[in-house]
Write a protein that binds this ligand. Structure first.
Ligand code: AP5
Ligand code: MG
Length: 204
């Protein structure tokens, strides 16, 4: 089974992707996590991506397409769950040449909630696990429950960058809702974390 998780920044793609991938035994492919790892390791891709990500802009299609193709080819035999890819029609067309998609799950969340979520987000430096200061806090302040790593605030979680990311999402990524309309299932992503997961499980 191959699944795409679609939704605006902060809609909970990463949070749900981890749970769904475990539930269905799928490879979780998070484009944002892959790009941040490249940035941390200061690879050529990471250096190129950094200026786009910092400003809330999309990394060029050709760069992310190559990364996605490699990740899909290395995914496990049960299939994959894409989180944060595709994000443009061009990327969706590219993907269609290499993989069949069974379901597209769209997490619908309004901008006010997104701002509140991203303003409180904490991410693990080592394993990229996602927390929220109040909605989903770690057991020990500043420390990852999963691996003991240090938690940090993402560079692109400043209010002006969030608004920019949302605008780009509306212009570039929202048209994918129509592109995938035959496979699309809309979920109310504004609900509590476990309720959103239950809704996704029902669909699958
Ligand atoms: P990426 O890392 O994918 O960022 P994004 O799409 O903006 O999404 P986020 O990771 O910010 O949010 P999310 O939906 O995963 O929400 P999360 O689960 O963390 O991409 C970053 C950048 O990389 C892009 O801006 C772009 O520059 C580049 N890039 C990536 N992919 C690209 C592509 N395909 N093409 C070109 N460029 C690309 O949740 C958010 C917070 O809310 C957390 O604190 C969480 O604990 C909390 N939360 C989650 N669910 C709930 C809930 N139900 N109730 C309460 N709180 C919740
Ligand atoms: Mg994410």
């Amino acid at each position: 089974m191959n699944i795409i998780l679609l939704g605006p920044p902060g809609s909970g793609k990463g949070t749900q992707a981890v749970k769904v991938a475990e539930y269905k035994n799928l490879s979780h492919i998070s484009m944002g996590d892959i790009l941040r790892k490249e940035m941390k390791e200061k690879t050529d891709i990471g250096i190129e991506a950094e200026s786009y990500i910092k400003n809330g802009l999309l990394v060029p299609d050709d760069v992310v397409n190559k990364i996605a193709l490699k990740a899909i080819q290395n995914s496990n035999k049960n299939g994959f769950l894409l989180d944060g890819y595709p994000r443009t029609l061009y990327q969706a067309e590219f993907l269609s040449k290499y993989a069949n998609i069974d379901r597209v799950i769209y997490l619908d969340v309004p901008l006010e909630i997104i701002i509140e979520r991203l303003a409180g987000r904490l991410v693990c430096k080592s394993c990229a696990a996602v927390y929220h200061k109040t909605n989903n806090p770690p057991k020990k302040e500043g420390i990852c429950d999963q691996c003991g790593g240090e938690l940090y605030v993402r560079d692109d979680d400043k209010e002006e960058t969030i608004v920019n990311r949302f605008k780009i999402y509306t212009k570039e990524t929202q048209p994918l809702l129509d592109y995938y309309k035959d496979k699309l299932v809309k979920i109310n992503g504004a609900n509590a974390l476990e309720d959103v997961f239950e809704s996704i499980k029902k669909v699958l």
